[in-house]
Ligand binder design. Structure first.
Ligand code: PXP
Length: 236
């Protein structure tokens, strides 16, 4: 049964929009956990547009499941992750002007840096994942660099339709099987919603789905508890 990590960044997006004390990501995390979330994910972006360091520290103390920190390779973010010691860290590419994480990490370009940062995080018992495209060579190198997991970027799958979407799903399936075969935990996420999750959730070897935007969006209409509960049912 696949796990559901709920990304609560956009609870903080709403708060930062007015710099009010609400809505509180800590409170949101508690509701997500009660509704069946297996973990809470946050992305401490370099521009701090939503989640702040203080949120991460409070979440680390209060959540009962596990904390997954999405992080870039920027020096200050890495230093903070080493101080925070989250249960999981997912290394992502980051561009300042992007609306959300566009594309997977260029593991070939950053191999040197990754080969230093992955073991440093693991020393704190943080499980390290790399957010990558469903590409065999990239998965192979992720394993070589010592990553525990990979998270496959499902953005393309989410945006395509019809036969093109089916082909991308096949590519993801093969990537999942290959990752599993070489001993990696394989997660998936990005752009997944209550509709497109159904086909991808049939790939049994996916360990965990990380989903944020659709859950937080639908929580406006259904409430957060119900939005998480519905997604948890679809994932598992
Ligand atoms: N996984 C990773 C690594 C991400 O960067 C994001 C977006 O922050 C997600 C999952 C969740 O994507 P979405 O908000 O589109 O569900």
């Amino acid at each position: 049964m696949a796990l559901l990590g709920v990304n609560i960044d956009h609870v903080a997006t709403l708060r930062q929009n007015r710099f009010t004390p609400y809505p509180d990501p800590v409170k949101a995390a508690q509701i997500c956990e009660k509704a069946g979330a297996d973990g809470i994910t946050v992305h401490l972006r370099e521009d701090r547009r939503h989640i702040q360091e203080s949120d991460c520290l409070k979440l680390k103390k209060t959540i009962k499941t596990k904390l997954n920190l999405e992080m870039s390779l920027a020096d200050d973010i890495v230093a903070f992750a080493l101080k925070l010691k989250p249960n999981d860290a997912c290394i992502v590419p980051e561009k300042r002007r992007e609306l959300t994480t566009e594309g997977g990490l260029d593991v070939f370009k950053y191999r040197e840096k990754l080969s230093r940062i992955i073991p440093a995080l693991q020393k704190n018992k943080t499980r390290v994942s790399l957010f990558i495209e469903p590409d065999i060579k990239t998965i192979e190198l992720s394993k070589k660099l010592g990553a525990d997991c990979v998270e496959l970027h499902t953005g393309k799958y989410a945006n395509l339709k019809g036969i093109k979407q089916k082909r991308e799903l096949e590519r993801i399936k093969k990537a999942v099987q290959f990752g599993n075969k070489i001993g990696l935990i394989v997660n998936a996420g990005h752009g997944l919603n209550y509709d497109n999750i159904k086909a991808i959730a049939k790939i049994k070897q996916i360990h965990e789905f990380n989903i944020g935007h659709s859950i937080i969006s639908y929580s406006i209409f259904w409430g957060l508890f119900e939005a998480v509960r519905k997604m948890k049912n679809l994932v598992s």
